[in-house]
Ligand binder design. Structure first.
Ligand code: SF4
Length: 357
């Protein structure tokens, strides 16, 4: 199942970077990342949030390093972080140097925005010495004024040019350990910009729809933007941005990967929407399964169908399935009927099958 997309669409070939042991690009699994929403200098709260994000399945977490207190806090945070931490720095090369010195696994910084060549050189030299990559993150909302003037408004070419200006600076200093993002709050624009950069470079790409908004709309925008690109074989790491709990961002990111049979695992639940033919309480069954299987790392597709119309077909083509009938459930495993159980035993029977899978 995991290789399905690679059989249909070949994944774009990108160079690989190493973010504290999590590889991005090349043949590495597509990672899910997010960003903490605490004040980074509040070490206790930030560590607690990082731990929750790791439990939810985040592979990498970014923290804002926007002042000297935050830079100082990074050192402490790194002692307890169970997954690699990335420093998000804007404009200030001293903060970048402090974060690198503290031991972050990557820095998100745009070299063209940190001032003199000497400053850029210092940051790139420090990153090189520590063997950490940088992410050049271009955003349609903060394009440089000369680029905006040239293109009139944010376009895919404008985003591409902005990113490549930063890349050129890195290359002047012989630094190539780069991940690129060209985000926009416009789904169409981000898709076009990533397609351009994917076609013209081999840098690993960090995908995201920026400022996607509240959970429902943001989930849909992210799924369309990130999902379209992934389905074309573009993208090496993803970040969903929601005006909501970052745990939800990770959950949505993981669902996007699961829906394309990508990523590092998890249970993909196929469930019918229900209709007038429904013969069991399917909503409760699916809700319970979703909650109880959230932490399962195995890659399993489980189908839960409410009646005999599509039930046997879907249930038998999933890894594990149930086709419900009047007060009963027929449990399937790998296309074969395993047993019939009573309605109140369906959840337990499916959980046991997942456990033993
Ligand atoms: Fe309706 Fe049965 Fe289809 Fe579920 S599987 S939507 S209950 S017809």
């Amino acid at each position: 199942m995991a290789h399905e997309i690679h059989e249909i669409v070949r994944r774009r070939k990108s160079r690989q970077v190493n973010v504290g042991g999590v590889k991005i690009g090349g043949d590495a699994s597509i990672s899910v990342q997010t960003m903490t929403k605490t004040k980074t200098e509040d070490v206790e709260k930030t560590i607690a949030q990082i731990q929750m994000l790791a439990e939810a399945g985040a592979d990498i977490v970014r923290v804002a390093v926007n002042n000297k207190e935050a830079a100082k806090a990074v050192k402490e945070i790194l002692k307890y972080a169970p997954i690699p931490i990335v420093a998000d720095v804007h404009f200030n090369h001293i903060l970048a140097l402090q974060a690198i010195d503290a031991g972050v696994a990557k820095v998100r910084i745009n070299p063209g925005n940190i001032g003199s060549k000497d400053r850029i050189k210092e940051v790139l030299k420090a990153a090189k010495e520590k063997g950490i990559p940088i992410r050049i993150g271009v955003n349609s909302g903060s394009l440089e004024s000369d680029i905006l003037e040239k293109y009139g408004y944010p376009t895919a070419e404008a985003l591409y040019e902005s990113a490549m200006n930063h890349v050129k600076i890195c290359e002047e200093f012989d630094f190539g350990d780069i991940v690129i993002s060209v985000k926009s709050s416009s789904v169409r624009l981000m898709i076009d910009a990533y397609r351009l950069i994917a076609e013209r470079t081999d840098f690993p790409l960090h995908l995201g729809v920026t400022e996607a908004g509240p959970a429902r709309a943001g989930t849909i925008k992210s799924a369309i933007g990130i999902g379209t690109l992934l389905a074309e074989g573009i993208g090496d790491t993803i970040r969903v941005s929601l005006t909501d709990d970052p745990v939800k961002e990770v959950q949505v990111g993981k669902e996007i990967l699961k829906s394309l049979n990508l990523g590092s695992g998890g249970v993909n639940i196929i469930a019918c929407p229900t209709c007038g033919r429904l013969e069991v309480d399917l909503f409760s069954i699916v809700k319970a399964l979703e909650e109880k299987l959230a932490h399962v790392k195995k890659q399993i597709t489980i189908a839960v169908l409410g009646c005999v119309v599509n039930g046997p077909g879907e249930a038998s083509s999933a890894d594990i399935g149930v086709a419900a009938g009047k007060g009963v459930g027929v449990i399937y495993k790998k296309g074969k009927v395993l047993k019939r159980v009573k309605e109140n035993e369906i959840i337990q029977a499916l959980l046991e099958e997942v456990e033993n899978y």
